[in-house]
Design a binder for this molecule. Structure first.
Ligand SMILES: [Fe+2]
Ligand SMILES: [Fe+2]
Length: 166
């Protein structure tokens, strides 16, 4: 099994985008289905964000300092998605804004995934060798095992508050 970091992240993206499509195709009144799909989206995004924040971004930043600006932008985009995820995780699927909030989350994350795949991954692949990408991939697989599955309320709330006051 390949542990190439970019292959692993693209597989994650595929699964995330599939869950987005399922949500969009669920139909107006499928409240229970959409609630379950959003639970799945939250889990996929929480794990994926964790392995990128904890492994991929810091490793690439060390190895390819020229990509620092892109990485900062990515952290900020993750942060915006995190805030929406925290709110959605606390929301009832039949709440008035549940679908709207999910739609905004989907739009944001799709844009972010597109930038990673179209612009960022090619630069990373060019800058790093196969061996380095395999090592980062192996490290991300390990991180997946210890990653949180849901936003942890106290720290997520603290992050929200920190973001507002800083
Ligand atoms: Fe990302
Ligand atoms: Fe990603």
């Amino acid at each position: 099994m390949s542990t190439d970091a970019i292959v692993l992240l693209k597989d994650d993206h595929k699964e995330i985008l599939k869950a987005f499509k399922d949500f969009e195709n669920a139909g107006e009144n499928a409240t229970a289905t959409k609630g379950k799909l959003v639970d799945k989206i939250i889990e996929l995004l929480t794990v994926h964000t964790y392995i990128e924040n904890e492994v991929m971004y810091p490793r690439v930043r060390d190895l390819l300092p020229d990509l620092e600006d892109d990485i900062d932008e990515s952290y900020e985009e993750h942060h915006v998605a995190d805030l929406l995820v925290v709110e959605l995780a606390a929301m009832d699927p039949d709440a008035e804004r549940f679908d709207a909030k999910t739609t905004v989350l989907i739009e944001n994350v799709r844009h972010h995934i597109e930038e990673e795949e179209q612009e960022w991954f090619p630069q990373v692949r060019e800058g790093l060798g196969r061996k380095q990408l395999q090592e980062i991939g192996a490290e991300m697989l390990q991180a997946k095992g210890r990653a949180p599955r849901r936003p942890s309320q106290p720290s997520a709330l603290k992050k929200t508050i920190d973001a507002i006051i800083s």
